[in-house]
Design a protein around this ligand. Structure first.
Ligand code: MG
Length: 191
């Protein structure tokens, strides 16, 4: 059998992530809706388009690609009863004191800044939208969303942070007191 590829372009990674997420019942829009809801608490009139673009951007990056693909596979392997006992039962039951799924989510959520981790904590505790759906479905016998719910929450949180970064950059640029210096301008001070 021919060995599979390990490297993919950003467009390929985006499409592969969209496909695996849809197979697990998650759409880009459902993630962007969490992002939109979260950032709307801080800024009025956030465009849904910016939230969708932020989710898609994250899904095209290599680290998030590995997180999404691994999380989906781990959940599928639990559903196929491929783990040994007691990890099979711990993962299937999504034991409250098992926290490695949250550790992965926390790592991914910081992609655009530390507040991503606070955003992730908020999403993890309040379980809105598709996170709630994954969580409820995961309680059924033979269904496992132990890893993917955290990865989806982390993508929403990182996208939320990216939206905040984009908005703050725009605010900085319209502020007249902001001096538009190039880093090379400082060379004059050194001479
Ligand atoms: Mg989980």
């Amino acid at each position: 059998m021919k060995k599979g590829r390990t490297l993919f372009t950003r467009e390929e990674m985006l499409q592969m992530n969209i496909k695996v997420l849809e197979q697990r019942g998650v759409t880009v829009r459902s993630i962007a809706e969490i992002t939109h809801k979260q950032q709307s608490r801080y800024t009025k009139d956030i465009s849904m388009d910016l939230c969708i673009k932020s989710v898609e951007k994250i899904l095209s990056l290599r680290d998030p690609f590995h997180f999404v693909q691994l999380a989906a596979d781990l959940d599928r392997l639990v559903e196929a009863k491929a783990f040994s006992s007691p990890m099979q039962e711990i993962l299937h039951d999504d034991l409250g004191l098992f926290g490695i799924d949250e550790t992965l989510g926390l790592d991914l959520s910081g992609l655009y800044g530390t507040i991503g981790q606070t955003n992730f904590g908020d999403i993890d505790v309040n379980k809105v939208g598709v996170i709630n759906k994954l969580n409820e479905e995961g309680k059924k016998e033979g269904v496992c969303h132990t890893f993917l719910d955290d990865i989806v929450g982390a993508i929403a949180a990182a996208a939320s942070t990216r939206v905040a970064q984009v908005i703050n950059e725009e605010l900085a640029l319209v502020d007249d007191s902001y001096q538009k210096l190039s880093i090379f301008d400082f060379e004059d001070d050194i001479k």
